[in-house]
Design a protein. Structure first.
Length: 230
């Protein structure tokens, strides 16, 4: 079982590894905008050039060869992957070996990936896991519908706490207003289920962090063994 310091280290490493820095370089269209190709129609009345081809054939070239600057700002092309991205590739490989809901959670919480499919995968897992914990008398359908609406809020609150130590949790009165119920009704009926939903989300976070760390170590050991046997 990892302590809080070890879990925080994994969170920082995952945030750096899953960060999308693809916008660090300019695309081809942006490069053309800043350095457009030379205008070869500068002299439209210039005579058409006659070019001799093989076999005593002739062709008429509309334009002559014109020097144009390269669109990239450096003569040598940039490397396809920078040092930071390369050094953190083991973390990304480890993430992709996890279960679907764990991949979705790590990419949403630490990679800031807001794809809808990840959100639905997380909510589905949290709700199914919560139902296995649920005990006691059967709930009314109205209460169940309101609890379903709390699933994504519990996920968001768990993610916010992991990314911001100063984050303040929702107060009971604020949650009661969101659910359109009285404060006493919230405390008596919904508060225990709300705590259980957050417990499921926090457990999912810890399990994913521990597993991705062990998978990363396995990947590194396997690569070192392959390099040693070459």
């Amino acid at each position: 079982m990892m302590n809080a310091q070890q879990l925080e280290y994994i969170r920082l490493e995952l945030t750096n590894a899953l960060h999308d820095d693809s916008g660090g370089t300019k695309g081809q269209l942006q490069a053309f905008i800043e350095h457009p190709p030379a205008d070869k129609n500068h002299y439209p009345r210039q005579r058409i050039h006659k070019v001799e081809l093989e076999g005593e054939r002739w062709a008429y070239a509309e334009n002559s060869a014109v020097y144009a600057l390269e669109t990239r700002s450096r003569r040598r092309p940039m490397p396809p992957i920078n040092d930071h991205v390369f050094s953190s590739c083991a973390w990304r490989r480890a993430v992709m070996t996890l279960a679907e809901h764990q991949i979705a959670w790590l990419r949403y919480c630490y990679g800031f990936d807001l794809q809808f499919k990840y959100q639905t995968e997380i909510c589905q897992y949290v709700w199914e896991s919560y139902q296995t914990y649920k005990v006691g008398k059967r709930l009314q359908s109205k209460i169940i519908k309101r609890l379903v609406s709390l699933v994504w809020l519990a996920v968001q609150e768990t993610a916010a706490k992991n990314k911001n130590e100063t984050y303040k949790e929702y107060a009971g009165s604020a949650l009661a207003n969101l659910m359109s119920v009285d404060r006493s009704t919230w405390s008596r009926v919904y508060a225990p289920h709300w705590a259980r939903l957050k417990e499921v989300a926090e457990k999912m976070d810890v399990e994913a962090l521990q597993l991705v760390s062990s998978r990363r170590e396995e990947i590194i050991c396997r690569l070192e063994l392959q390099n040693a046997t070459k």
